[in-house]
Ligand binder design. Structure first.
Ligand SMILES: Nc1ncnc2c1ncn2[C@@H]1O[C@H](COP(=O)(O)OP(=O)(O)OP(=O)(O)O)[C@@H](O)[C@H]1O
Ligand SMILES: [Mg+2]
Length: 400
């Protein structure tokens, strides 16, 4: 049976270093982001000197380099010989409540204490006394901050702490790709968070070409990737979203296709094929990390599309669209069956426009017709696959 494992040891004709293409890899050189890195560093500078400084809110669409930039600035700070700042980087998808976040902070810096399983008040007081010991500045970096369930409480606790602390302080850096999440915040938390804002814009096709080129030079064998393939991957990702993660995923997937087929080059053919896979894969990831009710709405649309409902055919394209009102009804019934309270139709309309902005659905305002003004909606990805992927996540959550 030795031949079973032959493939593992066979050298790839395409890839040189696979790890360079992993989504967790932080490139040494972040192109086109000097200005943003400098801005982040500028906001962090007072805390390095032991001054409280300002909070910062970083926003921009998915794959625009927010996480990479902040991590790279943190690494640079950690390599400084002296600094008063203690930085806790927190991925709020994983640590998604005030308790979990405070617990993560003590785990980072007081691991022995964290193990003892204290309640939130004790943990809070321990953090404060640890800060006061020598006037530290704790910088709490909350990546994907929109995922925090009790964000108002968290922001209130962290800011109020500053009036309890006699020496030192806490500064917050919030990061999000959902600009509209701020609308659900209490105005008090909001004014704390968006003290200073820093925007990351989507990359254009030229920028993506260079980002891909640099990564290809590190991760692929010399000269296997056709320059036209790189430009096409960049153009497709730019057209779609300006998302560097998507661009890199396309070229990686294209490389895998060539590898599987025993080819010695990556051309526009593989890229065209890979783009379809990559976009879908990313869409499922995005959908499964949506806030609960937005995800339930997508689920309702997928169910209606699969099971059938009333449709309107758009004459120019022949494509079938669902009626917004039907989707709302389905969403309410899905919520009920999962014992969740459905949001009002006002929220529903807001969520629909968020989903539209994120490219998960495509919607049209219908003209005046039999049913008056209504929105016509369809999914931007295959409904059957979306249904499957959401059901998997729901099942996982139910057993968690
Ligand atoms: N300027 C850049 N140069 C090189 N690689 C980049 C650059 N910007 C982004 N990338 C790469 O693109 C991918 C996505 O970047 P990153 O995770 O930083 O995006 P993000 O803005 O945090 O996205 P999200 O909102 O989805 O969290 C990573 O693999 C990263 O290495
Ligand atoms: Mg990120």
């Amino acid at each position: 049976m030795a031949e079973l494992f032959d493939d593992i040891f066979k050298e790839s004709k395409i890839f040189l270093k696979r790890e360079v293409l992993s989504p967790h890899y932080i490139p040494h050189n972040l192109l086109f982001r000097d200005k943003q890195m400098q801005e982040i560093a500028k906001y962090m500078t007072p805390s390095l000197k032991g001054e409280r400084g300002h909070n910062l809110f970083v926003y921009g669409k998915a794959g625009t380099g927010k996480t990479s930039c902040i991590k790279s600035v943190i690494d640079k700070i950690k390599s400084l010989p002296i600094s008063k700042a203690k930085i806790s980087y927190i991925n709020c998808r994983v640590y998604n409540s005030r308790y979990r976040i405070l617990h993560k902070i003590v785990s980072d810096y007081l691991p022995l204490y964290a193990k003892r399983g204290y309640g939130i008040v004790d943990i809070y007081e321990r953090v404060i006394s640890w800060i006061e010991e020598d006037g530290k500045i704790l910088v709490v970096v909350l990546d994907e901050i929109d995922a925090v369930k009790d964000l108002d409480d968290l922001v209130y606790t962290l800011t109020r702490a500053n009036s309890d602390i006699k020496a030192g302080g806490i500064a917050i850096v919030g990061i999000s790709n959902k600009v509209s999440f701020k609308e659900v915040l209490d105005p008090r938390s909001l004014s704390t968070l968006d003290e200073n804002e820093l925007a990351f814009s989507p990359y254009n096709s030229n920028e993506l070409s260079q980002i891909i080129k640099e990564r290809v030079a590190e991760g692929f064998r010399k000269e296997v990737v056709d320059p036209a393939a790189i430009n096409l991957a960049a153009a497709l990702a730019a057209k779609d979203s300006g998302d560097a993660r998507l661009a890199l995923k396309i070229i990686t997937k294209a490389g895998e296709l060539s590898d599987e087929r025993g080819l010695t080059a990556v051309t526009v053919n593989e890229v065209t094929e890979a783009a379809k896979f990559a976009e879908e894969e990313i869409a499922y990831e995005v959908i499964n990390t949506l806030p609960e009710h937005q995800r339930l709405i997508v689920y309702a649309i997928a169910l209606l599309s699969v099971q059938g409902s009333r449709y309107k055919r758009l004459s120019e394209s022949g494509e079938m669209y669902l009626f917004s009102g039907d989707i709302y009804e389905k969403y309410v019934s899905v919520s009920n069956s999962l014992q969740k309270e459905a949001k009002s139709s006002r929220w529903y309309r807001k969520f629909i426009s968020d989903l539209d902005m994120q490219g998960i659905i495509i919607s049209y305002e219908s003209g005046k017709g039999i049913r008056g003004h209504t929105k016509l909606i369809k999914l931007a990805y295959p409904p059957e696959k979306i249904r499957e992927s959401i059901e998997k996540t729901l099942a996982k959550e139910a057993t968690a």
